[in-house]
Design a protein around this ligand. Structure first.
Ligand SMILES: Cc1cc2nc3c(=O)[nH]c(=O)nc-3n(C[C@H](O)[C@H](O)[C@H](O)COP(=O)(O)OP(=O)(O)OC[C@H]3O[C@@H](n4cnc5c(N)ncnc54)[C@H](O)[C@@H]3O)c2cc1C
Length: 585
C-alpha cells in the first residue's frame, strides 16, 4: 500500500514539476484558453512551464499575458494569432508565447511577472534569467504593427550583444573586392543575399533576415543602402532589391526586385534543387449566428434572463481575491482605500435574500434566504473589520490579504462556488460572458437592494455606493481598456456627481451607464455573444411596457422592472446543471 502511495506521489510530483515546452503543448489549468495549441504557432505556457521554457532559453520570447474572460483580450487574440503566423519563421531567434493569468493555476507566475492588466505583452531577451528581464511592449491591434515592434526589439538586442549566430542587421560597409563582401560570413555558409533598400530606417531587410533565419546555416543575408557603390556595379535601379551570390562565384546568381515570391525563391536557393516548400495553415475559430433569435422567440429568451446567486458569488470572489492579489506585493494608498470602500459596499449590500421588500406569495420567510450569500456576507463583514484595523497603517502586504480572505472563506464553509458553472452568465462558448457579466449583475443587484432597503432613509447616499464601484474598477479591474472606458464614462460622458441627485438615481445611473457600454459593444464580433446580443436593456421581450411607441424608455416602468429583476434572485444550486440551449426558433 505504502509503495503504491509512493509511486503515485512520484508520478504526481514528476507530472507537476517544472519543465520546458514548445509549440503544441497543451497548458495545465482549469480555465478555457483563447488559443489552440494544435493549430496556432503560439506556445501556451502555464505555471509549471513558464520559467523553464523562458529563462535560460537560447531564443528570445515575446509573451502575451491574458485573461480568458477579458473582452479586450478576445478582441486582441485575432491580431496576436495573425502576428504569430507572420513571425512563425522567426522561431530560431524569437518565439511567441501566451499565458492565461485568469487561471488561478497560473497565479504565482503572473504575480512574479507583475501583471496588473490584460492584455500585457512583454519581450524576454535571449537567456533571460527571471521575470525582471521582461520588457513591456504595446498590445497593438495590428499583426503588422506587432511584427514591426518585435523586429525593432530583436534588432536592438543584436546590436547590444552581437551574437555570432543571429542575423547581422548592420549595413554593408564600403567593400572594394568580392572577398570583402563575404567578410563576417561563416565559412560553411554557401550563399550570400544582399538586400538593397531605399530607406535606411526601413525594416524590409531585417524582416527578410528573420523570415529566413532557419536557413542561416546555408544562406547569409546582409543589407545595404541604395547609395552603396555596389548598386551601380550590379545595375540595380529599383528598390528594394535582392542579389544572391554563391561562394567563390563573382557573378550574382539571382538579381531581382523584391516581391511576394522572393522569400520562397531564397528558400529554394538555400535548400538546393531538391527543395520543396511546405506551408502551415492556421485556422481561426469563427462564430456563426444561431438561427434562433430572442426577437422571434421572446418567451424562450425570457427564460434565459435571470439574476443568479451563483454568478454573483463567482464574480465577486474573483474581483476581491484574484483581481486584488494580482501584481504588487502591497495594497496601499488609494488602492487600499478603494478596497476598503468596496468591501464596505459588499458587507452592507450584497443581497442575502431573494426579495428584501416584497412578500412572495406562498413562500416561507426563511425560504427567501440565499444561504451561500449569507455566509459570503459574513466573510465580507470579517474582511471589513480586518481592514478597519489595518487601514491607518497605509498599506498591507498582499499576501496578508490573501491569507485573511482564505481563512475567512474557510471559517464560513467556502460560500463562493468557484467550480460551479456560470448560470445566466454562461456564454455560448467558454470564452464569452462569464466573469464580467457576473460583475455587472452584482453591481446592479447591490445598488437595487441598497435602494430598496434604505430609500426612505434621508441619510441614504447612492453616490457613495457608485463611488465604491468606481474605486474598485479604477484600482483593480484587470481589463485595462474596460477600466479606461468606464472611468471616462463615469467622469466625463456621464458624470456621476451630476447625474445622481435622488435616491432612485443610483439605480438609473448604472442602468444608463451599462446601456452606454452595451451600445458601444453591440455588433462587436469578438466580445458579443451571438446568443446574447447587447440590446438596450431591458429589451421588449423582457419588459413590454418599458418602451413607448417611439421606442423611448419609460423610466417609471424601467425602475419597476429593474427592482423586480434584481430582487428575484435564483439561489445557487436551484438551477445547477441547467444548460443554455439555442433551441429552434
Ligand atoms: C465596469 C465594466 C466595464 C466594461 N467595459 C468594457 C469595455 O470597455 N469593452 C468590452 O469589450 N467589454 C467591457 N466590459 C465587459 C462587457 O460589458 C460585458 O460584461 C461582456 O461583454 C459580457 O456581456 P454579456 O452579454 O454577458 O452581458 P453584460 O453586459 O455583462 O450584462 C450582464 C447582464 O446584466 C443585465 N443587463 C444588461 N444591460 C443592463 C442594463 N443597462 N441595466 C441593468 N442590467 C443590465 C443583463 O441581464 C445581462 O445579461 C465591461 C464590464 C464591466 C463590468
Amino acid at each position: 500500500m505504502l509503495l503504491q502511495v509512493g509511486i503515485l506521489f512520484t508520478l504526481f510530483a514528476s507530472s507537476c514539476s517544472a519543465k520546458k515546452v514548445d509549440y503544441g503543448y497543451v497548458p495545465l489549468g482549469h480555465n478555457p484558453t483563447l488559443y489552440d495549441a494544435a493549430t496556432e504557432p503560439i506556445i501556451q505556457l502555464d505555471d509549471v512551464t513558464f520559467a523553464d521554457t523562458i529563462y535560460g532559453a537560447d531564443t528570445a520570447f515575446i509573451v502575451e499575458y491574458y485573461a480568458d474572460w477579458c473582452g479586450h483580450c478576445r478582441a486582441f487574440a485575432p491580431f496576436w494569432k495573425q502576428f504569430a503566423t507572420l513571425v512563425s519563421d522567426w522561431r530560431p531567434i524569437v518565439k511567441v508565447a501566451v499565458i492565461n493569468c485568469a487561471d488561478p493555476f497560473n497565479d504565482r507566475t503572473c504575480n512574479d511577472n507583475n501583471i496588473h492588466s490584460y492584455p500585457t505583452v512583454k519581450y524576454f531577451p535571449r537567456r533571460s534569467s527571471s521575470a525582471r528581464n521582461g520588457v513591456p511592449l504595446e498590445a497593438l491591434h495590428s499583426g503588422d504593427g506587432l511584427r514591426e515592434q518585435l523586429l525593432v526589439k530583436v534588432r536592438d538586442e543584436y546590436l547590444a550583444n552581437r551574437y555570432a549566430d543571429w542575423p547581422n542587421p548592420d549595413f554593408l560597409a564600403n567593400v572594394r573586392t568580392y572577398g570583402e563582401l563575404w567578410t563576417g560570413t561563416p565559412p560553411h555558409v554557401d550563399y550570400l543575399a544582399v538586400i538593397f533598400q531605399r530607406e535606411e530606417r526601413g525594416s524590409v531587410g531585417v524582416q527578410m533576415m528573420l523570415d529566413l533565419s532557419k536557413y542561416r546555416q546555408r544562406i547569409a543575408i546582409r543589407r545595404s543602402v541604395y547609395s552603396h557603390p555596389l548598386t551601380r556595379v550590379l545595375r540595380i535601379n529599383q528598390f528594394p532589391a535582392v542579389v544572391v551570390f554563391r561562394r567563390d562565384e563573382a557573378i550574382a546568381i539571382f538579381n531581382s526586385r523584391l516581391n511576394s515570391g522572393t522569400v520562397s525563391k531564397l528558400e529554394q536557393i538555400a535548400m538546393g534543387p531538391d527543395f520543396t516548400t511546405t506551408t502551415t495553415t492556421t485556422t481561426m475559430a469563427t462564430t456563426t449566428m444561431p438561427s434562433w433569435s430572442c426577437r422571434r422567440n421572446p418567451e424562450k429568451c425570457k427564460e434565459l434572463y435571470y439574476v443568479s446567486e451563483t454568478d454573483m458569488l463567482k464574480s465577486v470572489r474573483y474581483a476581491l481575491y484574484n483581481e486584488v492579489t494580482r501584481g504588487s506585493h502591497f495594497i496601499q494608498g488609494s488602492n487600499l482605500t478603494a478596497l476598503a470602500n468596496f468591501v464596505e459596499l459588499l458587507a452592507n449590500h450584497f443581497p442575502t435574500r431573494r426579495s428584501p421588500q416584497r412578500k412572495v406569495r406562498g413562500t416561507a420567510r426563511s425560504n427567501l434566504n440565499l444561504q451561500h450569500s449569507i455566509r459570503a456576507r459574513a466573510v465580507f463583514i470579517e474582511l471589513r473589520s480586518y481592514l478597519k484595523t489595518r487601514i491607518s497603517q497605509g498599506r498591507i502586504p498582499t499576501s496578508e490579504w490573501e491569507t485573511q480572505f482564505k481563512e475567512s472563506e474557510k471559517r464560513h464553509f467556502s460560500p463562493f462556488p468557484e467550480e460551479a458553472n456560470w448560470q445566466h452568465c454562461r456564454g455560448s462558448t467558454p470564452m464569452l460572458r462569464g466573469y464580467t457579466c457576473g460583475l455587472w449583475t452584482s453591481f446592479h443587484a447591490m445598488t437595487v437592494h441598497a435602494y430598496m432597503e434604505q430609500f426612505k432613509n434621508s441619510s441614504f447616499r447612492g453616490l457613495r455606493l457608485l463611488h465604491s464601484i468606481q474605486g474598485w474598477v479604477q484600482s483593480f479591474f484587470g481589463c485595462e481598456n474596460c477600466k479606461e472606458h468606464f472611468m471616462d464614462m463615469t467622469k466625463r460622458l456621464l458624470p456621476m456627481e451630476a447625474k445622481v441627485k435622488k435616491a432612485q438615481d443610483v439605480i438609473f445611473y448604472l442602468w444608463e451607464a451599462h446601456n452606454m457600454v452595451n451600445r458601444r459593444l453591440h455588433g462587436d464580433t469578438m466580445t458579443e455573444d451571438p446568443e446574447f446580443p447587447k440590446y438596450q436593456f431591458p429589451a421588449q421581450f423582457l419588459c413590454n411596457n418599458c418602451t413607448d411607441k417611439q421606442h423611448q424608455f419609460d423610466k417609471r416602468e424601467v425602475k419597476n422592472f429593474l427592482v423586480n429583476y434584481y430582487t428575484s434572485i435564483k439561489p445557487h444550486n436551484s438551477i445547477a446543471g441547467r444548460r443554455i440551449s439555442a433551441g429552434a426558433a
